[in-house]
Design a protein around this ligand. Sequence first.
Ligand SMILES: NC(=O)c1ccc[n+]([C@@H]2O[C@H](COP(=O)([O-])OP(=O)(O)OC[C@H]3O[C@@H](n4cnc5c(N)ncnc54)[C@H](O)[C@@H]3O)[C@@H](O)[C@H]2O)c1
Ligand SMILES: [Zn+2]
Length: 371
Amino acid sequence: VYSPGVTDEFTIRTRRAARESRIRIEPGGLARAGEFARRLSGARRVAVVGDAAVARRYAPTLLRSLSRAGFECERIDVPQGERAKQPAHLVRLWSGFAAAGLGRADLVVAVGGGVTGDLAGFAAATWMRGVDWIGVPTTLLAQVDSSIGGKTAIDLPAGKNLAGAYHPPVGVLVDPETLRTLPDRQRRAGLAEVVKTGMAVDAALFAWLEREAGSVAAGETGALAVAIARSLKAKARIVQRDERDSGPRTALNFGHTLGHALEAARSYRGPLHGEAVAVGMRTAAALSVRCAGLSPNARERLDALLDRFRLPRRMPPTPVARLFACMERDKKADAHGVRWVLTPRVGHASVPRLIPRRLVRAALLEAGARG
Ligand SMILES: NC(=O)c1ccc[n+]([C@@H]2O[C@H](COP(=O)([O-])OP(=O)(O)OC[C@H]3O[C@@H](n4cnc5c(N)ncnc54)[C@H](O)[C@@H]3O)[C@@H](O)[C@H]2O)c1
Ligand SMILES: [Zn+2]
């Protein structure tokens, strides 16, 4: 049951970073960002970092609200898309912070998708050895997944996310109404992470998605607000116990062994992250039936839900050898096999298990890879 327009707020405490992140989900909340930020920060100055396309739409509302709350605001736009995570843009942000006179007690606000959060979060982590930041995620992927957990990073020529820091935001403001302008394909890709959270850690969320698939797929704000809140709370429960990727947090890598390999094998110009993860989850579920006792019926439920969100069944034809090479580089594969998070049943994931290469090969071929 949900009512559109509800506001939800809770706190995530991470052990290692000894910090709290306040999470607020509020349809229309962008216009009240200043009050939220004021509760969390005594800063005088704020640098608002936005993806150019997002900032054009949403920065004025944000800046108006922040100014009304007494912050001196500086807007710094970064390019749209993954290339904003190139080191040169980090340097540009640092220069922008210097020009704005951003001090140790000041604040960075990041408005945009996962790219902007990763870049601006890392800039905040490194500016004067760490200043507070608030995330205002505007893609579904960022709203349900990347905005919490504290990981920030930029890309290097040698690989994605190679330089980064754990630096959780003091606050995350999710305004589901911003999703109205998000391209349909981006929204559906974000839903893959919601399905992942349901399948790997939250059976009730999975069942809710099955019931509400119609309104979720149609992008109804109220339904998305509930999906976001439930996903974030499930992720928060896990991240609280395990800030690094060692223990229970590995469950959230369900679908990502193949998902990451597929993105890398297609040089990040192929399927979107969520689309690659959808193929990865279908393949992990097939392996779970063989190796972890997942019932064929549960596998069909996963496939059917991903179908409802029109997420791909198969990957673009990609050589098996290239996928294996990417999994090796990602330290997921070696001579003995490939490490997969499997799901013995809906809502439960195993620790990563080594699956023999011949079984993986067969599953990859079934998912559309080329021999
Ligand atoms: N830190 C983490 O834990 C974590 C987890 C997963 C992914 N990531 C990172 O996140 C990035 C991907 O994030 P993403 O999928 O959000 O991509 P993105 O930030 O590039 O956004 C996707 C596109 O949507 C546009 N957009 C964003 N919000 C919009 C809105 N409300 N209306 C209209 N257009 C909008 C953007 O301009 C962009 O073109 C990758 O770099 C990945 O490495 C980080
Ligand atoms: Zn993911």
